[in-house]
Design a protein around this ligand. Sequence first.
Ligand SMILES: [Mn+2]
Length: 481
Amino acid sequence: MQHHRTPQRVRDRRTSDSVGSDSTARRRPRSPHRTHTLAVDDDRIPRLGPVTDPGIEQAVQRRRAAALAEWGLVDEIVLVGAGHPIGVPGRGDLTYPFHAHSEYLYLTDRNRPGGVLAFDPQDGWFDFVAEVTDEERLWSGATGEDTDGVPLGQLEVWLGARRERLVACLGAPMSESLEVSCDAALTSDLRLALDVVRRPKDAIELERMRIAERATRAAFSAAVPLLVDGSTERSVQIELEAAALRAGGDAMAYDTIIGSGTNSAVLHFLPSGRILRNSELVLIDAGAEYRGYASDITRTYPVGGRLDPQQQELHALVYAAERAAIARCVPGTEWVDVHLTAGQVIAEGLVAFGLLRGEPSALVESGAVWLFFPHGIGHLVGLGVRDAGGPLRSRRDTPPPIANLRINMPLEPGFVVTVEPGIYFVPAILQDPERRAQHRDGVDWDRVDRMLGFGGIRIEDNVHITPDGHEILTADVPVLG
Ligand SMILES: [Mn+2]
C-alpha cells in the first residue's frame, strides 16, 4: 500500500486524502497560472504531503483485522465499494467533488473512484482498483502509479467463482453492470459491526484530526479581527477559508456557517452579503478537513468585540452548559445524559434569566427548554464531519430516548464527539401558537416577544474520550475572540 504522487499532482488536488487520481479533476482545465501572480506569500503555504503517512499500511492491516474479528464470517463474501463521481444535473460532465465512501476509505486509505475492496474468508482480501483511463491521463495527468491492486475488470470473474455465497455490500452501491445480489440483513449486520471498529480513532486518524484542527484554529483567528461594523458575512467567510487552506487544510469539511444578527438563530446559515453592525452576534461554525478527517468548531462573537449585558449572560450560560456537558464526557456515560446535562444547565440559567418559569428539571421534562435549544448536543466527528454514530447494536430496533440525538450509546475511549449546546430565538418555533399553548406557564412569552430579534449563540468543541477522562482537541480556539 505504498502510494506516491508527484508534487505537481498533489498541488492540483482539491483534497489530498486521495490516493488515486481524481476523475472530477478532468472537468477543470489545468490552471495556466503556474507561477503565482497573486499577493500570496508562498512560504506560508504548506507543501501537501508526504502522501503516505508513516504507519498507514499497518493501520489499514489492523483495521481490517479488527473488522474481521467483529464480523465473524464463515463463508460470506464482503464487498466494500468506493463509489463513483456524482454528476451535477444539467451540467454536462461536471461532477461533485468525489469522496470515497467512508467505509472504503477507512479500510483502504484510498480515495480513487470505482474501487471495490473484497473479502472471502477462504482467500483473504482483494483490492480491486479501477485502471487509469486515457481520459484521466489526458485531463488529470494520471499515470497509474496509485492504482496498485487487482484490476477492477477481474471483479466479475472473482464474483462468478463465488456464485452461491451470501454477499454483504458495504460502502457505496456497486456498479449496476455488476451482477451481484446483496443480502440486506447481512449488509446491515456487518455495517453495524464495522461502525464498532471505526468509532475509536487510531493514532493516524487522530493526527489527521489534529492537523485539521490547527487549520481551523488559524481560520478562526483570521476571522475574528474582521468582525467589525461594515464587514459582511461573505467577506469573513473568504478570509476564514483562505486561512484554513493556507494553514494546511485540504478543503472545508462542510459548508462554512456564518450568521450575523438574526441570521445567527438559523442553525446552518450560509454566509450572505449581509453587513455586520456593531454589537450584533455572529455565529461561525466552520471546520477544515485533512485527508478526509474533519474538525468542527463553533464560536459566537459580538461585532466590535463587546457583548452587551443580555448577550453576556446568555453567552456565559451556553458556555457553562458546554463545560458541564464536556465534564460528563468520560467512558461509560450515556450520550443522552450528556445532552440532558446541557439541557438542565440551560433550563436553570433561563429560569434565572427570566425566560423560563418553574423547576428546571420540570422544564427539561416538559420540553420547554428545547424551544431554545432545539437540536441534539452533538455527534461523532472524525472521518468526515459525521462519523459513525447511530445506536448501539443491541438498540438498533428500539427508539432513541430523545428523537434528535445522533448517538445512542455510552461513550468509549477513542471516540471523538462534538459538544455543541446553543440558545436561539427561532421565530418559526417561538411564534408557533401550538407550542405557546403547550408551554403557556413555563415560558415568559412577553419576554420572548421582546427578544425575537436576539439571534442565537452556539459553542462547539471536539472532545476525544480517553481511558480516564477526555481531551478537548479544539481547546486552543478562544471562546471569545
Ligand atoms: Mn457539529
